[in-house]
Design a binder for this molecule. Structure first.
Ligand SMILES: NC(=O)C1=CN([C@@H]2O[C@H](COP(=O)(O)OP(=O)(O)OC[C@H]3O[C@@H](n4cnc5c(N)ncnc54)[C@H](O)[C@@H]3O)[C@@H](O)[C@H]2O)C=CC1
Ligand SMILES: O=C1C[C@@](O)(C(=O)O)C[C@@H](O)[C@@H]1O
Length: 290
């Protein structure tokens, strides 16, 4: 037996997340830190719930003694209206992936953007960020683009298959970062934009086990352009391999997956996790086929 202050009970609310690696990442790190910490997937698909139930699930969780939740697709925006307080960055970004429950209040944060920012700073130290081309303007793309602009990107070319989404996301980001140029583009803009870009970020599902392939012709990548992928299943995507073969510096998607977990773990537990240990455990999980 333990009370809400003696142990930590955490959940991940989202659709189809039962096999997520985030729960084992948190639990293993907590064990290494000597914490009593349980982290359960709360899968909408398994429970016959819809995304609109996220507020009810949060309130049930609070009543049942949960300390925090991670929130994922398709609830990261929907959850906002149920929160008592939202961090400045999560409010600006318009998405929350971590909810702390403190004194019965719900407090939202976004560790997708901060996790990517740390991953980029540590994984590609000294990378020039002035001009970046990004493919994909969905949920992950929004967080990554926000992180880039906050870290100093002056010129971001955003390209998504959905032109309306591209325009809307580019306009929203341009309003948040008035000193930067956020240019909505189409696939025809890839080659000219990459001819002078410092970096290329791939934030589409292309490259996942379920969507194998390359999101662009790797010949378009100059060796001096760094490349970041958000896909982490597999960690070594075809893009990561092709970019390395071209001589580019590369950040695989596992860095963002670990980065969001590191930042959420710190917020939830108040304990500083060992990021290198979490990355090693993450790779162990991926390599064992989890
Ligand atoms: N490393 C990490 O921590 C995280 C990784 N992810 C991964 O990021 C990927 C994207 O996830 P979400 O953004 O949530 O999905 P989403 O469905 O919200 O957005 C994906 C976007 O990519 C666009 N797209 C698809 N194919 C494209 C192509 N060939 N060229 C240009 N645009 C294209 C779609 O139109 C859509 O707007 C997923 O594979 C997910 O697993 C997501 C969250 C965190
Ligand atoms: O979107 C993601 C991915 C995730 O849902 C996972 O399953 O690892 C965990 C969330 O915290 C994060 O925001």
């Amino acid at each position: 037996m333990s009370t809400i202050t003696e142990s930590l009970l955490v959940g991940l609310i989202g659709d189809g997340i039962t096999a997520s690696l985030t729960p084992p990442m948190h639990e293993r790190e907590a064990a290494a830190c000597g914490l009593h910490y349980l982290y359960r997937p709360v899968d909408l698909a398994v429970n016959g719930r819809s995304a609109a139930d996220v507020g009810d699930l949060l309130r049930y969780g609070r009543d049942l003694g949960f300390n925090a939740f991670n929130i994922t697709h398709p609830c990261k925006q929907l959850v906002l209206e149920h929160l008592d307080e939202v961090s400045e960055d999560a409010a600006r970004l318009g998405a929350v992936n971590t909810v702390l429950i403190q004194d019965g209040r719900f407090i939202g944060h976004n560790t997708d953007y901060s996790g990517f920012a740390t991953a980029l700073a540590q994984g590609l130290p000294d990378a020039a960020l002035d001009a970046v081309v990004q493919l994909g303007a969905g949920g992950a793309g929004a967080a990554v683009a926000y992180a880039l602009l906050k870290a100093g990107t002056r010129e971001l070319t955003l390209i998504d298959l959905d032109p309306e989404r591209t325009r809307e996301r580019a306009a929203a980001l341009a309003a948040l970062f008035p000193d930067a140029v956020v240019r909505p583009g189409s696939r025809e803009d890839l080659a000219p934009a990459l001819s002078s870009a410092d970096g290329f970020v791939q934030a589409t599902p292309v490259g996942m086990h379920s969507h194998p392939g390359l999101p662009l012709d790797p010949e378009l990548l100059r060796p001096e352009t760094w490349v970041a992928d958000v896909i982490y299943r597999p960690v070594r995507t075809q893009l990561v391999d092709a970019a390395e073969a071209r001589g580019c510096r590369v950040l695989d998607g596992g860095h963002m997956a670990v980065g969001q977990a590191v930042d959420a773990f710190r917020l939830i537990s108040g304990v500083e996790p060992d990021a290198a240990r979490m990355r090693a455990h993450f790779l162990e999980l991926v390599n064992s086929g989890r």
